[in-house]
Design a protein around this ligand. Structure first.
Ligand code: CA
Length: 222
């Protein structure tokens, strides 16, 4: 009998909590997002630029063979970098997606090797590789070891013979598999997929939506 008021108080607290939770979830549906999770993709060991200590992390899940990723890199990425990475407000990371099969995988193996051997050149290599993606005959084969070595020669200081050996021996396979695992875990459905903290954008080309999620995250943690 003594515990009755306590129980009522507990029950009332639970009811209030449930109402608030429902309200929060209901309101989240108003934003242009696919899913929101408390878990953020782990970016340790992933190519990351900007402020790695920032409370806001933006992750691109990209595929070197994907035309939309090339388009995103030319339209949205430069603005995002200028507004938030060069100003040190956020961290920006890239995780490989292998939706286009063997060529996606080969390009990812090369990117992982470059990141390991010459991390400061990684982003130049990545940008240049997307530039090499043909605008015509997009499904035609273009990712070859020769092409990857050519791009590495132009953008990095890596030892090309060593890179060639790594590609032939698939040295960075574990890193590529880890990325593929993250793609499954975070239910990446298309490329590019852009995640701001735990929130996946419905339209990665909607820069205003990306911006408002970032600004919200920065404000919440001031
Ligand atoms: Ca990776």
């Amino acid at each position: 009998m003594k515990n009755k008021p306590f129980r009522i108080a507990m029950l009332a607290t639970l009811v209030i909590f449930a109402v608030i939770s429902a309200f929060v979830i209901f309101n989240q549906k108003d934003q242009d997002v696919i899913s929101t999770s408390d878990e953020f993709p782990p970016i340790e060991g992933q190519p990351t630029m900007g402020n790695s200590e920032s409370v806001v992390q933006v992750v691109e899940f990209g595929d070197f063979k994907c035309p939309s990723c090339k388009a995103w890199g030319e339209s949205i990425y430069p603005q995002l970098i200028k507004d938030y990475v060069e100003t040190d407000k956020i961290s920006f990371s890239y995780i490989n997606v292998l939706f286009h099969g063997k060529e996606s995988e080969l390009a990812s193996l090369a990117a992982e090797s470059v990141y390991k051997m010459d991390p400061s050149s990684y982003w130049d290599f990545q940008k240049r590789l997307y530039e090499e993606q043909p605008t015509q005959n997009r499904d035609g084969k273009w990712v070859t070891i020769e092409k990857l070595l050519e791009v590495a020669a132009e953008t990095t200081e890596v030892d090309l013979e060593e890179l060639e050996t790594e590609l032939n021996e698939r040295t960075m396979q574990e890193e590529v598999d880890l990325d593929a695992e993250l793609v499954r875990e975070f239910d990446v459905q298309f490329t590019p997929s852009i995640m701001v903290n735990g929130t996946m954008l419905e339209d990665p080309f909607d820069y205003d939506a990306i911006k408002s999620l970032i600004d919200e995250g920065l404000e919440d943690n001031q």
